[in-house]
Design a protein around this ligand. Structure first.
Ligand code: UGA
Length: 440
């Protein structure tokens, strides 16, 4: 039987907002808070801090139903709340380790406001042992209350976060008390009854499982990028190889696309954090460093392709198509396109970029990059074009128009998105990743 509960979410970001909106959608009464009170004010007016498909509608529905509210501080909200989800950021320190300051201060703030039993759930990707740390911080700040903790890592993909929250591939809950498990089953009752796989574990297993999943997905990508390097040396085609491999259900076709590598706020920092936590717990895991090395190497490969095609990069104008870390988002954190842009700028090239969604973010944070709002304005006058993020619209570029305005008809396809035969037909020098190049 479904029992509506009062739930809190700390952190109104890429994880907290879809989580809060989805929990309200399933019938709970949810408040969301953030230390950034301007963000909370904007959300109350219906203005989201970032683009996420379908999230504005889900949030609006929640607010209209009265089940979702945004609150500037915790005062008066924690008493009477059954469960609080901590969805704050865990940015990387220079060592690669996760910075857990926001997690600790969230725990302290919650403990100070709590007057009765409270279950606190970590949703952020955190190192092994963090839930136990959370509990001891809360106990220290408020010894009179019983704090239970759970780990419920999210598996949301940016750009697909709403669907991933409403229809998750699995729900993972780690806890070390049966009472905490019981409460979490009540939270997710509607999804459990719909047959969503629900996996229960102890705290440490849940914390480790999230790291193991993200690192494995990164491993798939880096593996294919290493195969792509071998293809480039031998003349084989990595796209065909991925097709053959993906047809085996044990391998699965997803995340086998070689190209410019992975970016975003999860994989790069999570692989580094997993490596650090592994050595902290006494296990050297060099495979994780190799994943990162191969991902970094991809940028060198594209710079070499540009140098091979253009000879000197000084004074050359290079157009980058797509600058977000993947299609479907305006997020540019650790975007491979921008890492490449900085490298090319340092080599003396002029960089002009276009992105359907991320242009303003690039303007704000990368002043050396000239950003155009129209793809053909970015292409015009370029000596070379590099496709960095596979937005669907790039498949339908007017190649005659592009060729007529480019200085040289050279395309580096960092995502293997374009059809080599079509590029040959239109007379381009076409340089894909791990596939035979096309020379006119
Ligand atoms: C990733 C995971 O996919 C989620 O399951 C996880 O919950 C999330 O991190 C997180 O930890 O919060 P996300 O960072 O949104 O989600 O992005 P992905 O769709 O996984 O893509 C990551 C990067 O890999 C992108 O730069 C993408 O272009 C690249 N990629 C992906 C490839 O280079 N090749 C591929 O075959 C697939």
């Amino acid at each position: 039987m479904f029992l509506a509960m009062r739930l809190g979410v700390l952190g109104a970001g890429h994880v907290g907002l879809p989580t809060g909106a989805a929990l309200a959608h399933s019938g709970h009464d949810v408040w969301v808070s953030d230390i950034d009170t301007d963000r909370i004010d904007s959300l109350r007016q219906g203005v989201l801090p970032f683009q996420e498909q379908g999230l504005d509608a889900l949030i609006q529905d929640g607010m209209d139903s009265g089940r979702l509210s945004f609150v500037p501080g915790l005062r008066d909200h924690v008493p009477g709340t059954d469960v609080v989800f901590i969805c704050v950021g865990t940015p990387p320190r220079s060592s690669g380790e996760a910075n857990l300051l926001a997690l600790e201060s969230s725990a302290a703030a919650l403990a100070e406001q709590a007057t009765g039993d409270l279950l606190v759930v970590e949703k952020s990707t955190v190192p092994l042992g963090s839930a136990e740390r959370l509990r001891s911080v809360m106990k220290r700040h408020n010894p009179s209350v019983t704090f239970r903790v759970a780990s419920n890592p999210e598996f949301l993909k940016e750009g697909n976060a709403v669907d991933d929250s409403l229809n998750p591939s699995r729900i993972l809950v780690g806890a070390d008390s049966e009472r905490a498990h019981e409460i979490m089953r009540d939270v997710y009752r509607p999804l459990i009854e719909r047959g969503v796989p629900y996996i229960e574990a102890d705290l440490r297993t849940a914390e480790l499982a999230k790291h193991a999943s993200n690192a494995f997905l990164s491993l798939k990508i880096s593996y294919m990028n290493a195969v792509a390097r071998l293809c480039e040396k031998s003349g084989a085609d990595v796209v065909k190889i991925a097709e053959v491999m993906g047809a085996d259900a044990r391998i699965a076709p997803q995340f086998l696309n070689a190209g410019l590598g992975y970016g975003g706020f999860c994989f790069p920092k999570d692989v580094a954090a997993f490596d650090r936590l592994s050595s902290r717990w006494g296990y050297d895991f060099p495979m994780l460093r190799e994943i990162t090395r191969i991902n970094d190497e991809v940028i060198d490969v594209v710079v070499q392709k540009a140098e091979g095609a253009l000879w000197n990069l000084e004074g050359k104008r290079i157009a980058l198509l797509g600058m977000s870390f993947k299609p479907g988002t305006d997020d540019i954190r650790y975007a491979p396109a921008l890492i490449l842009a900085e490298r090319l700028l340092n080599e003396g090239a002029a960089i002009v970029g276009y992105d359907p969604e991320a242009g303003d973010n690039v303007r704000a944070e990368h002043p050396r990059i000239e950003v155009e709002d129209d793809v053909y304005d970015a292409i015009a006058g370029a000596h070379c074009l590099v496709l960095c993020t596979e937005w669907p619209e790039f498949e339908y570029l007017d190649l005659d128009r592009a060729k007529a305005t480019m200085k040289y008809p050279i395309v580096i396809d960092g995502r293997n998105q374009l059809d080599p035969e079509r590029m040959r037909k239109y007379g381009f020098t076409y340089l894909p990743m791990g596939r035979p190049p096309v020379q006119p």
